[in-house]
Design a protein around this ligand. Sequence first.
Ligand SMILES: [Zn+2]
Length: 327
Amino acid sequence: MSFDGVLGQEHIIKRFESAIKRGRLAHGFIFAGPRGSGKTTLALALARRLLCNGKNEPGCDCSQCAKLAMDENGIVSHGDVHILAPDVQTIRVELIRKELIDRVPFRPVEGKYKFFIMQEAERMVPAASNAFLKTLEEPPTNTIIILESRRPELFLDTIHSRCQMVRLAPLDEETFISELRSREEAVNTESARFLWRFTGGALGEALRLTAEEWLTKGDEFINLLDPENCEDPFEFAETYARKTKRGTLEEQRGIISILLDFAIERLRLRLRDLCKSKDAHAEADVEKVEDALSRLFHAKELIRSNVRVESALERLARRFPAHVGRK
Ligand SMILES: [Zn+2]
């Protein structure tokens, strides 16, 4: 089978194969899916499918496929495949001109096609989108433009109407768990199941969370939030403000948000178990967990509305119910 390395997207692959066979492959695509759902993996697999000099078999090491393999820094060294990974909040006209519009007219240098893959493309400001409409409408026949996005609803209608929408499906629970565990042996089935729910079936995101040890950090956060371990809410807030202070303010908020999301997901599971349980104490526990959840949601709201991280965390820890994270 071609498209090796792409998991759980059979319907999309079928659509591509059929379009390729009929010579009707579109030139502009929106690849939509959450972070780590495999958008770039799919884009590179499509590039391999079209550029391969060999038999399009898994593990092909022809000159084209070899250059299309991503190195550990996410860099691809194929002269006709351009991945634009913006490290800025907004993608401006100048960047689109330099990286895309000015490059499209040239012929491919290594193979039959040229690929432009833009990550987080919804960050284009309207002027950038507008500047690029003509290119998107009438690219040279051998050019394929892929806009990746977590939030495709933010694209202008004029972009939508010129692109074919490809929505990546989340991985099913079983495939996700076995794939994650085969790549990260230290993750047990229970944690893998948790990550499946937490990431909405996005394997790449789960691998990132695992590599950065978010499971441990999340458990530690819930533990420290327990009044038994945290006598002083102010100290709790200070501890976490200190832990996250290295980055920018935005990164700091990002880290706290993940920890809050993590605690919310843990407690949701706990609530589900309690509701199923026939234990006499369960009812009182349900109330405590619900209280904890509403405090966590409130803290998320505060972080989102730019309240200082320290004050949001201090409010969260103040009168946080005891023992809610425990089984
Ligand atoms: Zn090949």
